[in-house]
Design a protein around this ligand. Structure first.
Ligand code: F3S
Ligand code: F3S
Ligand code: ZN
Length: 106
């Protein structure tokens, strides 16, 4: 299942992390929600493939440890989402469609 592109209408902001929003529901450690708004990563879908971190030309993503999450024990966090230049590479390369980027979302 891919990230919901309308998550900002279907979910609520429940937390803040490294300067970006976290969209719930969150029930740690097994449910972590979506991190980021312009560059959004569904932590419950991300399986730590890492190609987004390798390919993003402006280094938007950083690993965060997520011990005991059922899908993977680290996630690509959009720590620098304000640097995104909307190249859409991450959206294209993520093998599990965990990322959605929309410059109209801020
Ligand atoms: Fe990087 Fe993805 Fe933006 S690859 S520049 S975060 S669209
Ligand atoms: Fe995760 Fe997809 Fe990146 S699986 S680490 S968001 S390429
Ligand atoms: Zn985060």
């Amino acid at each position: 299942m891919a990230i919901d592109p309308n998550f900002d209408q279907n979910r609520e902001v429940v937390d803040e992390h490294e300067g970006h929003d976290v969209w719930g529901p969150v029930e740690e450690p097994e449910k972590l929600g979506i991190h980021g708004t312009h560059v959004a990563v569904d932590f419950d879908i991300c399986d730590a493939d890492g190609v987004c971190i390798e390919d993003c030309p402006v280094d938007v993503f950083e690993w965060v440890e997520t011990p005991d999450h059922p899908t993977s024990e680290k996630k690509a966090d959009p720590a620098n989402e304000t640097q995104c230049i909307d190249c859409m590479l991450c959206v294209d390369v993520c093998p599990v469609d965990a990322i959605d980027v929309d410059s109209t979302r801020a």
